[in-house]
Design a protein around this ligand. Structure first.
Ligand code: CTP
Ligand code: CA
Length: 220
């Protein structure tokens, strides 16, 4: 019955999802990354495809596979992810921003491997802010239903609600992260928040949470 309900809503709908980390190059052999595994976004993509949605998944570098029903676009940096999202958002009924987008990139990527200087014990990298992808989508006149994630180590609900407002999102999924929670795990706990509603989902596999999340969206 649950799947039937999901199918009824998602059949033929178009869903755009970002997932995974972004890698910001420092030089040809080094980058700045983060601990996002991509699992949450991939689980959502898979569940939505199973429910009959047309799914486009834009993913940073991850070690995950996805079924053939999902259109997969591989990117590396936040800027590449932004370009791909700009090219695809207008066809989407819903955009879910599950990627852990790097907030900053390296100002000047070195063309050659940076050599360790022998005359100093310090080195400084200048970083510049990346575009906020989900906030950009939420600003467009033809915006889809926009869902963000908030991965926080403290003040989870307060920070998540602040992001919901500040980025003009329709919904945010608050996600407690830490050494043994959230990132790199196959289980997770999520709180789904809109301006009207708050629903706490208890600890479950990311596959199970994906189904509950898609069900919640279909009820909005
Ligand atoms: N996000 C994005 N583009 C960015 C940064 C974040 O699209 N450059 C999206 C994420 O995919 C997520 C949401 O914004 O859906 C919240 O990301 P988060 O890192 O929690 O928020 P920030 O605004 O970057 O705040 P901070 O890192 O300071 O907590
Ligand atoms: Ca951030």
């Amino acid at each position: 019955q649950a799947w039937l309900d999901l199918k009824q809503f998602w059949q033929g709908k178009s869903l755009l999802i970002t997932a995974g980390p972004t890698y910001e190059n420092i030089d040809p052999v080094r980058f700045i990354g983060n601990r996002s595994s991509g699992k949450m976004g991939f689980s959502i993509a898979e569940a939505a495809a199973k429910a009959g949605a047309k799914v486009t998944l834009i993913t940073g570098p991850v070690q995950l596979a996805v079924s053939d029903q999902v259109k997969r676009i591989n990117v590396r940096s936040a800027e590449q992810m932004f370009t791909a999202v700009q090219a695809h958002y207008s066809n989407a009924d819903c955009f879910i921003s599950a990627a852990a987008v790097a907030d900053f990139r390296v100002a000047d990527i070195a063309e050659q491997k940076i050599k360790k200087q022998s005359d100093t014990d310090e080195m400084t990298l200048t970083l510049v802010k990346n575009p906020d992808i989900v906030a950009w989508v939420a600003q467009q006149d033809d915006k889809p239903y926009v869902v963000g994630f908030a991965a926080e180590t403290q003040n989870l609900i307060e920070y998540a609600k602040d992001k919901l407002q500040r980025k003009n999102l329709d919904m945010i999924c608050a996600n407690q992260v830490g050494e043994t929670l959230g990132f790199e795990q196959s289980e997770n706990a999520l709180t789904l928040i809109t301006s009207e509603q708050e629903l706490e989902l208890s600890l479950a596999t990311k596959d199970e949470l994906a189904v509950q999340l898609l069900k919640f969206i279909s009820a909005q």
